[in-house]
Design a protein around this ligand. Structure first.
Ligand SMILES: Nc1ncnc2c1ncn2[C@@H]1O[C@H](COP(=O)(O)OP(=O)(O)OP(=O)(O)O)[C@@H](O)[C@H]1O
Ligand SMILES: [Mg+2]
Length: 244
């Protein structure tokens, strides 16, 4: 039985989809069977970040509403032995989907895959409830910025209410120089503000920005500081999932 991990945030644009694409790629590079499920209906990006946008036919909403079977909505990434994408719907639609539908989908995916990585929409609304409904574990992506941190804490509280006990956060787009001169919250400040553990720090790096634009997970550049950093963060997240 596989494990499901939802990637979420309070504020938009913190790097959820970028992070989901890269940990999905890393897990696949390690020989795991992985599916990335995009639940950001109407604002999908994961297909672009993986360079799979031209191959999407059916989407997560089609599966949830019974329009197609799971297999029909899985797009294989040819660069990996077993990495699949289930894209989000291109527009927001009001088909009558409940969190229970998502729980059932994730359970089925966990029978087929070692890891089910769910990319969520930003915020604490119904979308979060849907995205996190079947998750065993949650990773909150936040920037080292007061508004983003406060919103991350709000998401953390919602996830707690949903009964997700394995939660951690990853700081993204960190500018070490600004942090060093005290222009943005320090790691100590952020740790005080959030109740969950910081499992990783990712610097702002133009190479990350370029990679998402080119549709290539940056971790494919094996041996770079970025790939090594992502790998360590992934190890910590997996260890948390096991220890619980
Ligand atoms: N560490 C980083 N360094 C530079 N650019 C980054 C970094 N992380 C993410 N980005 C860029 O920030 C933008 C937003 O990232 P992404 O789409 O992953 O965020 P998101 O949280 O999924 O957004 P949304 O809330 O809209 O779903 C993208 O252009 C991405 O390339
Ligand atoms: Mg996104």
């Amino acid at each position: 039985m596989g494990r499901s991990i939802v990637i979420t945030s309070g504020k938009g644009g913190t790097g959820k989809s970028m992070f989901a694409a890269n940990i999905g790629a890393l897990l696949a590079m390690r020989g795991n069977r992985v599916v990335l499920v995009d639940t950001d209906m109407g604002l999908r990006n994961l297909d672009l970040y993986l360079g799979l946008e031209n191959r999407v036919v059916y989407n997560t909403m089609d599966v949830l509403s019974g329009v197609c079977r799971i297999q029909q909505a899985l797009v294989k990434d040819k660069r990996f032995k077993c990495l699949y994408l289930m894209a989000a719907a291109p527009s927001k639609d009001d088909r009558d989907i409940t969190p229970l539908h998502m729980v059932v989908l994730v359970e089925k995916l966990k029978e087929m895959f070692d890891y089910v990585i769910i990319d969520s929409a930003a915020g604490i609304g119904d979308e979060l409830v849907l995205a996190a409904a079947g998750a065993d574990q949650a990773v909150i992506i936040t920037e080292a910025e007061n508004a983003s941190i406060r919103d991350a804490d709000s998401v953390d509280r919602e996830l707690t209410k949903m009964g997700i006990t394995k939660r951690c956060c990853v700081l993204n787009k960190v500018n070490a120089e600004l942090m060093a001169v005290g222009a943005v919250p320090s790691l100590a400040d952020i740790s005080r503000e959030l109740r969950i553990k910081i499992n990783g720090i990712i610097q702002y790096d133009n190479n990350v920005f370029i990679a998402t634009n080119k549709g290539v997970p940056i971790v494919l550049k094996v041996g770079t500081y970025i790939e090594k950093n992502f790998s360590k963060i992934l190890d910590r997240i997996l260890a948390d999932g096991e220890n619980g």
